[in-house]
Ligand binder design. Sequence first.
Ligand SMILES: NC(=O)N[C@@H](CC(=O)O)C(=O)O
Length: 353
Amino acid sequence: MAATIISVNSPADFHVHLRQGSMAALVTPHVRKGGFKLAYVMPNLKPPIATAAQALEYKRELQKIDPNVEYVMTLYLSPDLTPEEIFKAKNAGVVGVKSYPRGVTTNSEGGIESYETYYPIFKAMQEVDMVLNLHGEIPSDASANVHVLNAEPRFLPHLFKIHATFPSLRIVLEHATTRAAVEAVKSCGPSVACTITAHHLDLTVDDWAGQSWNFCKPVAKYPDDRQALRDVIAEGHPRFFLGSDSAPHPPHAKSTSTPSHGCAAGIYTSPILLPLVAHILESFGALDKLDGFASGFGRSFYKQPINANSHSKVSLRRSPGGKSVDSEYVLGNDTLVPFWAGKEIGWEIVEEV
Ligand SMILES: NC(=O)N[C@@H](CC(=O)O)C(=O)O
């Protein structure tokens, strides 16, 4: 008989956007609501988190909102970053540096154009064992036939080159969406890993073309690509783990009625994350991989073992009729609509030990 209770040890989300100001106040408590104990926090704020001091200040703000989550901080890769700042960041406990290709996604205007320019930074990071987080897309360019559907495969030569040049630099290819990316990461050495989101295990092109709520970067690709993401999880590959890329945007930015104004990229999954991941993994026969995918594998790659003081087991109960996802979350003047709003999820959180 199928299990009715399952547990995960101290779930860890290795890619999440917690924003700032009133939006942070709304979304930060949703990390725990979604079952998670550790949040690997993205730095694409306005202005971006560019220094160790800013990262510490941001961490303090998040701790004020919810002190019961372990926030693991990152810096934004830009021409302003120096090897000296990397050493300072390491000493301050910052774990990673996130690279956004210029203009590809939310707040990426200050993102990078050439990877070689950053070799002195990568060298320093390798020396102090920090992690390079790569948004693995190249900017669209009609003259070179680069567009949202091939931007990830076209990025992969950069991954191979950085890995070959800095073989012991730990690199995470973020939110992979293609079979090509899965195969690329598998073919690299143990210092290269990959995050996979919950929504990319569910969506394909047909789900976001014409449905702005399902639009995110990188966009979901073909059914065969989704199959590759599912297969690598079902296989229990330890270098592929959860990074939700939960990326909240207000409703007016997601669903726009003016043709001149594009739709913001990002899907909001934080408040439903662990039940959603359990539901989706079960749909392709990988429920037994939940603990590794949503905690153990990422913790091991990131060297973030479960802290003995804050260890907790989060249990999920099968919800016989399904539990409906809230239609929206509201705090003050902010409203957010989650992924799968109004749909049923077959698991719910019952208990934290
Ligand atoms: N994933 C997204 O579509 N959006 C992210 C940025 C990012 O990670 O690309 C955001 O911050 O909104």
